[in-house]
Design a protein around this ligand. Structure first.
Ligand code: NDP
Length: 444
């Protein structure tokens, strides 16, 4: 469609050197063409042109002093991409690879993901090229305080509510919240993923991983399949990976491989998840230090080779573009029946093609990993109501939300002639709500 192509070309021209942002735009825009054909107003009032341009982009210097008394300078970002259905909402990532293009791709995905949850949340994302790895708690605290000293001007419980992502967990959220409260002199739910003693929600820690598995259960269930007895390879060993692994085990599956950015461990008899959880969450170890040589679990360098481990189900839960065409072909030839994206955009477009061509069930991240932000939405509700729901209550709400996301995505795929293609379904179902809100709110 010429209109869609023109918008894609404009994005590439206006945002040079941002390959991840281009990648997500090239994935999403063509898949929503059928909706645009049905509703010419989208074109007439430039919905797409506005949809691909962030409402606001904030870039700032973050200066802090390390334990040796040396001044360090990092760069901070917050992309407030789209607020048509609610306040901006999306995580903060602290990782050396963070740049404006990665922030924009993540914020753009977040718009559609948040829309799919059915909760009133707009799309945003932020972070820094700061690397928390190897830093002392005091250094992480000083960095977080400096980061928030600028960010606090741009966020608020009714405006923009950040959360965690890669490199931002309970420790960082605590430091960020403390500094926000001190600067603004208000106690409000400005961040989610907070500790349970200061406004956090049950299940937020587990939510993305558990939500991924709830989504996969729906997808597998449609084919009369389930996790029982299945061998599952999970990349990463962070927040998403650990709780996806835990839920897989609870459902009778066997986690045969996990990784970090240095390498992966594997064991066809199953990995001891509690051992990994303790090593990663409490002792902050590398995965090579978590495995027990006596237990027949093996370690290999090169994290991306994890996809050569024979498995029935693959759950990429580490980072973007970690499954390329070759890895996808290896998974298919090893008999993999389903792939679920816990991470954001972990499969390249070529890899997705391989899965679709070979009838491998494919769960796109914006739908399958939406459980984290959905539970953040539930945390926001509890903060406003000044109440707490029990673990069981939040878990039940999360499960219902994931079932609904599956249903919406799958029905949209059928409605627009792409039965079984959840990528197309999730993009259309997510965009539909945004487009209606943008149409109603005029040209802003
Ligand atoms: P964590 O920081 O808790 O864990 C990230 C894991 O992925 C670590 O094991 C890390 O290894 C590995 N990893 C990170 N970057 C790379 C890389 N460039 N190459 C190889 N491995 C890497 O992050 P999360 O678990 O929170 O996030 C993982 C993914 O899930 C991300 O894509 C994130 O955007 C997405 N996501 C997270 C949500 C959440 O609620 N946390 C919600 C929705 C999506 P190492 O320790 O060696 O760096």
């Amino acid at each position: 469609m010429a209109y869609v192509n023109d918008v894609i070309l404009q994005v590439i021209k206006r945002n040079p050197n941002e390959p991840e942002f281009h990648q997500v735009i090239k994935e999403v825009l063509p898949s929503i063409e059928p909706l645009i054909e049905e509703n010419q107003e989208i074109k007439n009032i430039g919905i797409l042109e506005r949809f691909v341009e962030p409402e606001r982009q904030i870039i700032f210097r973050v200066s802090w002093v390390d334990d040796n008394g040396k001044t360090q300078v990092n760069r901070g970002f917050r992309i407030q991409f789209n607020s048509s259905i609610g306040p901006y909402k999306g995580g903060l990532r602290f990782h050396p690879t963070v740049n404006i293009g990665i922030m924009k791709f993540l914020a753009f995905e977040q718009i559609l993901k948040n829309s799919l949850t059915g909760l009133p949340m707009g799309g945003g994302k932020g972070g820094s090229d700061f690397d928390p790895k190897g830093k002392s708690d005091a250094e992480v605290m000083r960095f977080c305080q400096s980061f928030m000293t600028e960010l606090h001007r741009h966020i608020g419980a009714e405006l923009d509510v950040p959360a965690g992502d890669i490199g931002v967990g309970a420790r960082e959220i605590g430091f960020l919240f403390g500094q926000y409260k001190r600067l603004k002199n208000v106690y409000e739910g400005v961040l989610t993923g907070k500790g349970m003693t200061f406004g956090g929600s049950f299940v937020r820690t587990e939510a993305t991983g558990y939500g991924l598995i709830y989504f996969m259960e729906e997808m597998l269930g449609e084919e009369k399949k389930d996790f029982a007895g299945k061998k599952v390879a999970i990349s990463g060993s962070g927040n998403v990976a650990i709780y996806a692994a835990q839920k897989v085990q609870q459902l009778g599956g066997r986690v045969v491989a996990m990784s970090d950015s240095n390498g992966y461990i594997y064991n066809q008899n199953g990995i001891d998840i509690e051992e990994i959880k303790k090593g990663k969450e409490i002792e902050r170890k590398r995965i090579s230090q978590c495995y027990l040589p006596a237990s027949n679990t093996k370690y290999a360098e090169n994290c991306f080779d994890i996809w050569s481990v024979k498995c029935d189900i693959a759950l990429p839960c580490a980072t973007e573009n970690e499954i390329d065409e070759k890895a996808a072909e290896t998974l298919v030839s090893n008999g993999c029946i389903a792939v679920g994206e816990g991470a954001n955009m972990p499969c390249t477009p070529e890899a997705i093609e391989v899965f679709l061509k070979n009838k491998v069930l494919y769960a796109p991240g914006k739908a399958a990993n939406a459980g984290g932000v959905a539970t953040s939405g539930l945390e926001m509700s509890q903060n406003v109501m000044r109440t707490f729901w029990t673990f069981e209550e939040v878990d039940a709400k999360l499960k219902t939300i994931m079932q609904n996301i599956y249903k919406k995505s799958s029905e949209a795929a059928v409605r627009f002639g792409h039965k079984g293609n959840l990528m197309v379904g999730a993009n259309i179902a997510g965009f539909e709500k945004i487009a209606h809100a943008m149409l109603a709110q005029g040209i802003v």
